[in-house]
Design a protein around this ligand. Structure first.
Ligand code: ADP
Ligand code: MG
Length: 640
């Protein structure tokens, strides 16, 4: 062969590749066999891509070659060769695909594997930097590759995985596809042994949809298990297939295996992992179900089959009714395909509903792992009803922050007079339990849902209702309606002494004084019905946006017109501080002390709802007041 044609050019690996190689070569000694899984998976991807180009009608070099993966072993030379007849690579593609990591989140990924070496080999496959794992076993790697495009020259790539690699053009007689020659390190000789390689392929690559040969023998023989009847498949087979699909080390939490005959015919085999994928938020586009037509893989991770909020689901869908030669572009317009997609979503939601009813404890585990993503389903209007049944929240009726309630459980506990479902947002259970807005709900014995995740606010805003009941933030609830509901017994006891007629009138005057002090910052100062143990709070005008929602919109820069959100300042006339203010006001209705206290109460309320912009004034006032109270403290305790 005319292999020595082009002259070699030297290239440096990019910094992050060097870092990764360093970790792989110097600190990973377990599960080195996964390099085979990674190279086979790349070969299989390359064959998939070729198939895709060919259905698009592209001209393909060496059309006669069968789609397959061949592994050749040489025990004498400590050498392993893995060859595919896939899409191949041009020189530019080689440089871009192998030698750089262009993915976002690479530095986080590198940190993660450096810290977590036990998991590293799985993270490598999940994050998609599998090729480099070959350097765990190789002292030298030679790639020969020829693109499917006819006039693109074949290329050789050579490296020992330390700092650089060499590239040169090779002869015209090289056929389409990629051959990777691996010269094994002394301590990795086992990977030139037939038995070792075959068992590794069986373990990790059994479900690859192209034939894998070791020598002349085909190793992977597994049929499409999703086409088999459920009863014919053992749990271990499901688990094995799941691990192949997902790179997860653990068994799945759930298996959903369905075969639909009418109105369209398709099979689906889906899995819910036990834990959320830690790369999901970094790599949000990377999900989907594998789409097969008549057992032939059409597309890996097809996203149109799965809405984003179900993106934690892994699996395959196989249809008889989609044409085999369909292109990915026209897939979405295919009516059968759309029907399958909506059917798949229904299957998953029905499965979850069933699980929630029959096995609530396990459902909680599901919620804890995947709830954060699942919640995003508030945008799926066609499935609102099913979706709302599957939501879970912590609430004032739960014994601790771990316990969860569904909306239907909430409704079953509602009081006869209660017409709305109440919720309150905050950072934690401790924070919402101390929120002044909660006080009246406690005294009326009304349950309040607690929302700690900003996404919850979008969920309730999008649902608006559950059954016949509006979902209402506690700071926008109509107090007149609440007042109609009786207090629970133990709340009544702490009733304060009533104000005299005169004092009632002075209190009114004090309220308008407070309004003068606060000016345009509030629309109204009113006597509070809701407060029991706090002196004051801010509430939104009825039907306004909740404070939490305003905060979120502000954070996301969507605060258009937010300045005009009405605020009402409420004062608790039974609170000791307010009673003392009344005394001060009676003695001198222009006392500066009143203004100081009002400013302090107002800013404290803003602080609690998270909308105080500058804390300096508040802190200064507190310091002054502490200074004053220190005089009082030393004098009553006779300290000199
Ligand atoms: P990933 O497979 O997740 O993209 P890898 O590190 O395994 O990450 O591979 C990097 C890239 O190198 C692949 O995306 C592909 O473009 C290219 N590549 C690797 N092996 C092959 C092959 N056998 N044939 C064609 N391209 C390949
Ligand atoms: Mg790969």
């Amino acid at each position: 062969m005319g292999e020595s044609q082009g002259t070699a050019e030297k290239f440096q690996f990019k910094a992050e590749v060097k870092q990764l190689l360093d970790i792989l070569v110097h600190s990973l000694y377990t599960s080195r066999e996964i390099f085979l899984r990674e190279l086979v998976s790349n070969a299989s991807d390359a064959l998939d891509k070729l198939r895709f180009e060919s259905t698009k009608g592209a001209e393909i070099a060496n059309k006669e070659l069968p789609s397959e993966i061949r592994i050749t072993l040489d025990e004498k030379e400590n050498k392993l060769i893995i060859a595919d007849t896939g899409i191949g690579m041009s020189k530019e593609e080689l440089i871009n695909n192998i030698g750089t990591i262009a993915k976002s989140g690479t530095s986080e990924f590198l940190k993660k594997i450096a810290q977590n070496k036990d998991q590293a080999t799985n993270l490598i496959g999940k994050f998609g930097v599998g090729f480099y794992s070959v350097f765990m076993v190789a002292k030298e790697v030679v790639i020969k590759t020829k693109s499917y495009q006819k006039d693109v020259p074949a290329i050789e790539w050579k490296s020992d995985g330390t700092g650089d690699y060499e590239i040169r053009e090779i002869g015209d007689d090289v056929k389409r596809g990629t051959t990777i020659e691996i010269f094994l390190k002394e301590d990795s000789k086992e990977f030139a042994e037939k038995y070792r390689v075959e068992s590794t392929i069986k373990k990790h690559s059994n479900f690859v949809s192209f034939p894998i040969f070791v020598g002349d023998e085909r190793i992977n023989t597994i049929a499409a298990i999703w086409r088999e009847p459920k009863s014919a498949i053992k749990k271990e087979q499901y688990n094995e297939f799941y691990k192949f699909l997902s790179y997860d080390q653990e068994d799945p939490m759930d298996v959903i295996h369905k075969s639909v005959d009418a109105p369209i015919q398709f099979s689906s085999l889906m899995f819910i992992p036990k834990k959320a994928d830690e790369f999901f938020w970094m790599d949000r586009e990377n999900y989907g179900l594998d789409l097969y037509v008549k057992r032939v893989l059409i597309q890996h991770k097809n996203k149109e089959l799965l809405p984003e909020y179900l993106s934690f689901v892994k699996g395959v869908v196989d249809s008889e009714d989609i044409p085999l030669n369909i292109s990915r572009e026209t897939l979405q317009e295919n009516a059968v395909f759309s029907k399958i997609a909506s059917n798949v979503t229904s299957q998953i939601l029905s499965y979850l509903k069933d699980k929630a009813e029959k096995n609530p404890e396990e459902y909680v585990e599901f919620w804890n792992s995947h709830g954060k993503i699942f919640k995003l389903g508030y945008g799926d209007f066609t499935n609102h009803e099913k979706f709302s049944e599957l939501l879970r929240f912590n609430s004032s009726e739960c014994k601790d922050e771990k316990e969860l309630t569904s909306l239907s459980q909430y409704v079953s506990r509602m009081k006869d007079e209660q017409k709305e479902i109440y919720y309150l947002s905050g950072n934690s259970r401790d924070a919402v339990l101390m929120d002044p807005h909660l006080e009246i709900f406690k005294s009326k014995g009304l349950e309040v849902l607690f929302m700690y995740d900003p996404a919850d606010e979008f969920v309730v805003n999008s649902l608006r209702k559950y059954k016949d009941f509006d979902l209402k933030s506690v700071d926008t609830v109509d107090m007149k309606e609440l007042e109609k509901i009786k207090d629970v017994e133990d709340a009544k006891e702490e009733k304060k002494e009533e104000l005299s007629k005169d004092d009632e009138n002075t209190f009114k005057a004090l309220r308008s004084k407070i309004k003068d002090i606060l000016g345009d910052r509030v629309t109204e100062v009113r006597e509070s019905i809701r407060l029991k143990s706090s002196p004051s709070c801010i509430v939104a005008a009825d039907d306004a946006m909740s404070a939490q929602m305003q905060k979120i919109l502000k954070m996301t820069n969507q605060s258009m017109g937010m300045g005009s959100q009405k605020k009402i300042f409420e004062v608790n006339k039974d609170h000791k501080l307010i009673r003392n203010m009344l005394k001060v006001y009676k003695a001198n209705n222009d006392d500066q002390y009143i203004a100081d206290v009002v400013e302090q109460l107002y800013e404290s309320a803003l602080l609690l709802e998270g909308s105080l912009e500058d804390p300096h004034n508040l802190v200064n006032r507190i310091n002054k007041s502490l200074e004053a109270s220190s005089d009082w403290y030393t004098s009553i305790n006779k300290i000199d």
